[in-house]
Design a protein around this ligand. Structure first.
Ligand code: DX5
Ligand code: ZN
Length: 219
């Protein structure tokens, strides 16, 4: 049985002058996850916010599951502050050179779930030996750095490969997609095995966010 579909609206597309209010909009739609994009201007050519901001959204009362996506050249240095800030899951990219296995273990030691992320140019084989040690695999469906980019349909075979490994090995991790996701592209990804859908632009632009969240959750 596939895992139920779940939407993770991305704070990146929210109101950066009032992220706590944007998190409330997400919760009011019926979503339970909040995707938090952390960018360092090195691994990706953009900057967002740090652990203090996340902690402030938590302090403002958000009960959402903080799904923290670290787009950092040296993520291993920032695990503890993001865990303390209230992250529930912390995902790290496979591309930079650091101790991936040790960093995933450290994330779990700190009481969080852990995820591994692949850029569009990285093949599924790049993470194959790590999939038994994660709660989530995130397949980027755009080159990370900016919201609002078009969905990369050529990532669907990668989803099928990873979903196939998950089935044959009896693993339970979530398979998440991020970038250019709306109802139509989420449905394509669901067919290819994805169950967790990051949506930035499409969520915050949706006139009826409750219907949008329900639509993704029903896939
Ligand atoms: C892209 C980020 C995404 C971004 C997706 O670098 O990782 O999470 O918020 O935005 P949309 O949904 O607008 O493509
Ligand atoms: Zn993201």
């Amino acid at each position: 049985m596939p895992l139920p579909s779940l939407i993770a609206p991305s704070l990146l597309a929210g109101d950066h002058a009032n992220l706590a209010a944007s998190a409330r909009v997400v919760a009011d739609s019926g979503a339970t996850w909040l995707h938090c994009d952390i960018m360092d201007g090195h691994f990706v050519p953009n900057l967002t916010f740090g652990p203090e901001t996340l902690a402030a959204v938590r302090r403002a009362g958000s009960k959402l599951f903080f799904d923290t996506h670290l787009m950092l050249a040296e993520p291993q240095k920032y695990i503890e502050p993001f865990a303390k800030a209230g992250s529930n899951n912390i995902s790290i990219h496979i591309e930079p050179g650091y101790d991936h296995r040790g960093t995933l273990a450290r994330i779990r030691q700190l009481g969080c779930q852990c995820g591994i992320v692949l850029n569009p140019g990285t093949s599924a084989a790049g993470i194959e030996t790590l999939i038994g040690e994660v709660d989530l695999v995130l397949v980027m469906t755009v080159q990370p750095g900016f919201g609002g980019q078009p969905f990369r349909r050529d990532m669907l075979p990668k989803l099928r490969t990873i979903d196939g490994w998950r089935k044959t090995r009896g693993l339970k991790f979530r398979l998440e997609v991020d970038g250019g996701i709306d109802l139509a592209t989420a449905a394509e990804c669901r067919q290819a095995g994805a169950d967790t859908f990051v949506a930035g632009t499409s969520f915050f632009k949706a006139a009826d966010k409750t219907a949008f969240t329900a639509g993704i959750s029903a896939l």
